[in-house]
Design a protein around this ligand. Structure first.
Ligand code: FPP
Length: 252
């Protein structure tokens, strides 16, 4: 197995994705396969959150968006939901210094009004405190659903009286939770599932997708660099031809 150092040598830090989204999956299976309660997998998964966030910041990735709790996750057993909310609170409290010391702006996407006060309060506090940080944006998708995000944008545009002729992709993007963030370049999903699961449906239009069998609690720096190398191996044509891209690169 190549070491982290040798993987990093292969990475072109001038061609990093601007915005990486991660569907963090497999915490439950990680725990169950070891005979532990599912929450143990979520706790270990929050260590991967720390590791990947810190490493993204170190590499210079501008935006990282983590799918931490979907709108469908409310249907899980009450005990698991309560455990996840407690972990989120713990994370928001314990990561405050790391986020502030590293110039990270904390952001959240989703139906935040559904979150319990024990999460909402430290979330609002840290988002407020970090709002002027500019080195990286860390977005937590919480009580988030991509279809719900699109419907909210439609409702808000109608409420604003936007005329049908004025509706453009640019304007629509400004009504999404991700307004102002760089375009989503790479989406990673762990645990071998090959689905998008309602994650950033609009933003996924031109994202590269990286699927790995690694379960989220085992996803650390090496696995992340492999995903970045996979991204760098792709030709991102966005509808153009390969020769057009070569010409653009030559004249750049
Ligand atoms: C999916 O795994 C994961 C989740 C529903 C929660 C993700 C939460 C964390 C990584 C920890 C807390 C987050 C932060 C930001 C500190 P799963 O439970 O569906 O796994 P399974 O498919 O193996 O059951």
């Amino acid at each position: 197995m190549p070491s982290l150092e040798s993987l990093l040598e292969q990475l072109d830090t001038r061609r990093l994705p601007r915005h990486v989204g991660i569907i963090m999956d497999g915490n439950g299976r990680w725990a169950e396969s070891r005979g532990f309660a599912r929450i143990v997998g979520h706790r270990e998964g929050s260590r991967s959150v720390r590791a990947v966030t810190r490493f993204s910041r170190k590499l210079g990735i501008q935006a990282l968006t983590l799918y931490a709790f979907s709108s469908q996750n409310w249907q899980r057993p009450a005990e698991e939901v309560a455990g996840l909310m407690a972990l989120l609170r713990e994370y928001l409290v314990s990561e405050r210094d790391e986020i502030m010391d590293n110039g990270i702006r904390l952001n959240a996407l989703g139906d935040l009004d559904k979150l319990p006060r024990m999460v909402r309060e430290p979330l609002d506090a840290l988002m407020g405190e970090s709002r002027n940080n500019t080195d990286m944006v860390l977005s937590l998708a919480l009580s988030y659903g991509g279809r719900d995000e699109i419907l909210r944008a439609c409702r808000a545009m109608i409420a604003d009286g936007v005329s049908p002729d004025a509706v453009s992709e640019e304007l629509f993007s400004q009504y999404l939770f991700t307004a102002g963030l760089p375009p989503l370049d790479l989406v990673i999903r762990t645990s071998g599932e090959l689905r998008i699961s309602n994650f950033m449906l609009w933003q996924n239009a031109y994202a590269e997708l990286h699927f790995t069998d690694i379960l989220w609690p085992d996803f650390r720096e090496e696995a992340f660099v492999r995903a970045l190398l996979d991204f760098q191996s792709r030709e991102r044509r966005c509808g153009k031809t390969s020769s057009q891209l070569r010409q653009e690169a030559e004249t750049a």
